[in-house]
Design a protein around this ligand. Structure first.
Ligand code: ZN
Length: 283
């Protein structure tokens, strides 16, 4: 099965968002006042060519993200995008021969604005979203939380992706996305409460499409909680589960914002466990 890394522009966030500083509310407010920016990070969506059709995991950022509501302190102080329209997921997929109608499903890891920004290019695809994430992102409360529900496509009517109480390796809940079981969504709560990741079977190996479960392979291995996660113990448990998974079988680990993700995918470079102190502080 072929997996494509589609880079939808670049984004900068605060260093204290990549690796959280302190705990609780202090950790979550730090990115708003931190003066240290991260490196320019890619924003990846991932397209899986399955025989039943293409599954796109996240729709990436959009050029509209360059202009964000200024009233929101996060948008005003803590994030900046660099992306042109031709870098959005729709045009990039077309350039490799995948038209929007070839994309049967778009599976959302979560609905943050650099993951749902490109959805407008897939009007006929089935969009799959965790019901809890959809609720969290909707309405005025969603806007306060830093989502942009007002920018969802006009006919945005996602299908609820409800995970079964069926474990998949170390993950407590999961859902097969294809009849052959080759593509499976798993619960990776943390970055958002209902965040999910997608595992692609690749022979003996696995390709783990992580969304923002961690910002990089290094922070996953280090168990570093980001500056966004609401529940630290849940986020830590998810990172531990991912480490358990990647220790158990060869795994290419693909977060949305890891500068090395596309290279690791191209070279089929697997996660190598490192001591827990390594990698802290990297973007
Ligand atoms: Zn996110």
């Amino acid at each position: 099965m072929r997996v494509h890394a589609i880079q939808t522009g670049r984004v900068q966030i605060k260093a204290s968002q990549v690796v959280g500083r302190g705990h609780g509310l202090k950790r979550r407010l730090a990115p708003l006042i931190d003066s240290e920016w991260s490196a320019c990070l890619p924003t990846f969506a991932y397209a899986i060519e399955h025989r039943d059709g293409v599954i796109l995991v996240d729709a990436g950022a959009s050029a509209a993200n360059k202009s964000l509501p200024r009233w929101h302190p996060y948008f005003r102080n803590a994030v900046r995008f660099d992306i042109e329209p031709e870098e959005e997921a729709g045009p990039q997929l077309r350039s490799i021969g995948i038209g929007s109608s070839d994309v049967k499903r778009v599976v959302m890891t979560h609905l943050h604005i650099d993951h749902d920004g490109g959805l407008g290019a897939f009007p006929t695809s089935e969009i799959l979203v965790s019901p809890g994430e959809l609720e969290h992102a909707s309405g005025v409360a969603g806007r306060l939380r830093g989502y942009l529900p007002q920018r969802w496509p006009k006919r945005f009517d996602p299908k609820p992706l409800v995970l079964d109480e069926v474990s998949h390796g170390p993950f407590a809940r999961s859902k097969r996305l294809t009849a052959d079981g080759a593509i499976v969504a798993v619960a990776t709560s943390g970055h958002t409460r209902d965040h999910l990741s997608v595992i692609v079977e690749d022979g003996e190996a696995a390709i783990f499409i992580a969304g923002d479960a961690s910002y990089s392979e290094a922070t996953m291995l280090a168990g570093a909680i980001d500056g966004v996660s609401g529940n630290e113990s849940q986020a830590a448990a998810t990172l531990a589960a991912i480490r358990t998974f990647t220790a158990g079988r060869p795994t290419v680990y693909l977060p949305a914002h890891d500068p090395d993700a596309a290279r690791r995918l191209a070279e089929r470079r697997y996660v190598t466990p490192r001591p827990a102190s390594a990698g802290r502080g990297s973007g």
